[in-house]
Design a protein around this ligand. Structure first.
Ligand code: CP
Length: 335
């Protein structure tokens, strides 16, 4: 019987799961390299002959496009797996009798993939039903635990670090620095509760990179305590007037930790905040701010067409920057 060759287990495997696990110096190095890559000055092919597995438990446009293209541009190859669609649906709970609809356990899949690939990137959104489960970030942590190769977070329950790095690159490009830039992370309305991974990672990375960070959100929509504990310097306001002085408005909707799994209750609260949509009037309160968003976004629900079509809109360069920072992250882990 043919057996797969066992890869040597590296003593210290480096992952990219949360920017908070990296120092400011590390983040600066990655951003410097991303800038060099974007300018065309970087000619290396650090992924020559390397194979990366891209595991999607959830949909994506930007993440999938930028990882597939970026890996190829660095000389590597990627295989994209949509979990439950063409590859086995994966059980992610520990210590369960697997007599349901999921025929393979994530720990077995990860151990197999570790013998075939050089790195695994994972997208695994929260269920948005059980707060404690989602805060534990169990799926990405299973990959960290069972992989013997680097794991890259393409958005988990808690964090979207690749997006945050693209956001920091965008701010750095626009202002020549991140230190001291007044940034408002503004909660925006939506038709349904969304994960907190993007605002969580944006807030943590903005603080790491020295931005003057304000969170502007209704009192019923705080970020999770687990994230706020990492933000000792952040100012929080429940008043849209706090956008005054911002040079960056990062508009983003997120679900309330206070109404987790209670969609109808949350909907009633959200309806009180229909005016939390980024429009020209709100932009006029800022200090000529740029507008950022991770995308996808719902036009005229979170942000109006006027803002999206204005010179303030930085979202397309922000999306492009995913490509450059992820190539830098791949080089950092595998180069
Ligand atoms: N911002 C972001 O991660 O986009 P996708 O969900 O389309 O990948």
């Amino acid at each position: 019987m043919k057996t797969l060759a066992k890869k040597p287990v590296k003593a210290q495997v480096k992952h990219f799961i949360h920017t908070g696990e990296y120092t400011r110096k590390d983040l600066d190095r990655i951003l410097d390299l991303a800038r060099e890559i974007k300018s065309g000055a970087f000619k290396g092919r650090p992924l020559d002959g390397k194979q990366i597995a891209l595991m999607f438990f959830n949909s994506s446009l930007r993440t999938r496009a930028t990882f597939e293209v970026g890996i190829r541009q660095l000389g590597g190859f990627s295989s994209t797996f949509e979990v439950g669609a063409g590859v086995w649906n994966l059980e992610t709970r520990e210590n369960v009798t697997m007599d349901g609809t999921k025929p393979e356990h994530v720990k077995d899949a990860v151990r197999v993939l570790s013998r075939i690939f050089d790195a695994i990137a994972v997208r695994c959104f929260p269920g948005l039903e059980n707060f404690d489960d989602d805060m534990a970030d169990g799926v990405i942590e299973s990959f960290r635990k069972y992989a013997s190769i680097p794991v890259i977070n393409m958005e988990s329950s808690l964090y979207h670090p690749c997006q945050a790095m693209a956001d920091m690159l965008t701010i750095r490009e626009r202002f020549g620095k991140t230190d001291g830039v007044p940034v408002a992370l503004m909660w925006a309305n939506h038709i349904k509760p969304l994960p907190t991974a993007v605002p969580n990672s944006f807030a943590v990375a903005a603080q790491q990179m020295g931005c003057k960070l304000k969170i502007v959100a209704p009192k019923e929509f705080p970020l999770p305590d687990k994230v706020m504990e990492q933000l000792p310097k952040v100012e929080v306001s429940h008043d849209l007037g706090a956008l005054k002085g911002a040079k960056v408005v990062y508009a983003k909707s997120w679900g309330s930790p206070l109404f987790y799994g209670k969609r109808e209750e949350e909907k009633r609260v959200r309806e009180r905040y229909k005016n939390w949509i980024l429009n020209p009037d709100l932009m006029a309160r800022t200090d000529d701010a740029i507008f950022m968003h991770c995308m996808p976004l719902r036009r005229n629900v979170e942000v109006t067409d006027e803002v999206l079509e204005s010179d303030a809109c930085a979202i397309y360069e922000e999306a492009e920057n995913r490509l450059h920072v992820q190539k830098a992250i791949l080089k950092e882990l595998l180069g």
